[in-house]
Design a protein around this ligand. Structure first.
Ligand code: ATP
Length: 237
């Protein structure tokens, strides 16, 4: 379980997150919804150790994570796929994937993870020697997810996987997110595309101006008129 309690954080002296509390049970998919600028990326980046928490606690499987550097969190099983994807564009697909395994030295198991990623995203297998710069946005997103999986995480933090991607690839990516979860990986997914995120998640939070304004099981959120109006449009269809 990832348990964030009363988290406050921001940039310089500007506070962005206000008393944010979120739980992600092991093996679950939880979504964090909200408009542009609500503070969703700030939340994920704080969990991942890229932004310092001002106060509050972030515990993963009982161990405090606030203040722990990002690379140490990867060793603890927490992997972030950032909104900007942070790929090395001049390197090949294969090189980027192997960088994701930096915490591991078990060659046979790394090979196995690689096969799993290629099975999940056959386009990456086809393009393994290709320069990353030449991939489409959707393929780059697949690569960013694949690279995170190479660290063999137990918790995947996904920041807007649908951003700037053709709808058909968004479907493909979310189908794989479901499969990743079926293999036992917990997922916290930030999305502006509420409809697609709610299709895979079992619990959701809505963030407004750096605060959690609504939370609940997905079915409850789906039935909530505030969510239908602000995030699903047209009653969810
Ligand atoms: P988006 O979907 O647009 O990424 P978001 O919900 O993820 O939105 P954040 O990116 O977390 O929102 O931004 C929350 C607030 O923090 C915004 O007001 C934004 O301008 C501010 N902010 C984000 N990154 C920085 C930064 N590096 N320095 C200063 N302010 C920032």
């Amino acid at each position: 379980m990832l348990e964030i309690s009363n988290l406050n954080a921001g940039y310089g002296t500007v506070q962005v997150l206000n008393d944010v509390s979120i739980k992600v049970p092991d093996r679950s998919v939880v979504t964090l919804l909200g408009a542009n600028g609500a503070g969703k990326s700030t939340t994920l980046n704080t969990i991942a150790g890229l932004i310092k928490a001002w106060s509050g606690t972030i515990a993963y499987r009982g161990d405090e994570c606030a203040g722990v550097p990002a690379h140490s969190l990867v060793r603890r099983g927490v992997a972030l796929v950032a909104e900007q994807r942070e790929l090395f564009l001049n390197m090949s697909v294969m090189e980027n994937l192997m960088l994701g395994a930096f915490t591991r030295d078990d060659k046979a198991e790394i090979r196995e993870s690689l096969e799993q990623v290629f099975e999940m995203f056959p386009r990456l297998a086809e393009r393994r020697s290709q320069n990353t710069r030449t991939l489409s946005g959707g393929e780059q997103q697949m690569l960013a997810i694949g690279r995170a999986l190479m660290s063999r995480p137990s918790l995947l933090l996904l920041d807007e996987p649908s951003l700037g991607i053709a709808p058909i690839l968004v479907q493909e990516i979310f189908a794989q997110v479901r499969k990743i979860n079926e293999r036992g990986v917990a997922v916290l997914v930030v999305e502006q595309n509420a409809a697609i995120a709610m299709d895979v998640a079992s619990y959701g939070y809505v963030m407004e101006n750096g605060r959690i304004s609504i939370e609940g099981p997905i079915e409850t959120l789906r039935a909530d008129p505030r969510i239908q109006e602000a995030y699903l449009g047209d009653g969810g269809h």
